[in-house]
Design a protein around this ligand. Sequence first.
Ligand SMILES: [Zn+2]
Length: 130
Amino acid sequence: MTEATVAVATTTSQGACPPWCTTPGGCDARTAPHPDDRRHHSWTVVVPLSLEPPAHDMRVGPVGLEVYLTSDPQELCARLDQHRGDAEPAVRVFTGEGAAACYSASVTLAEAEDLARGILALIEEARRTR
Ligand SMILES: [Zn+2]
């Protein structure tokens, strides 16, 4: 476990929000009456995807649900996400927000570290062999 992982894991509790939580208004019963909604969220890493077509969105039109492209670039996003009962946060990786969201996965901190190291190794390999 890295130093950063230890710092994150020790912030879990049923009490106050961890220092990384940015959920507006907090995450307790006052602001989230349903227990499933009491989740801590961190700030979000947002990376615009220049190689992907513009984002799509959906709306209900005269013939039903319509999918259309927007001028917004697709984005790959990541943030910490932790239900108040979870032992440690997960990293949620997702594309877009709201209706534009089309992919989402939650990974453990260890899995996120493996992914980050793997991507950095691939980048280093590509740049070294140019
Ligand atoms: Zn919180």
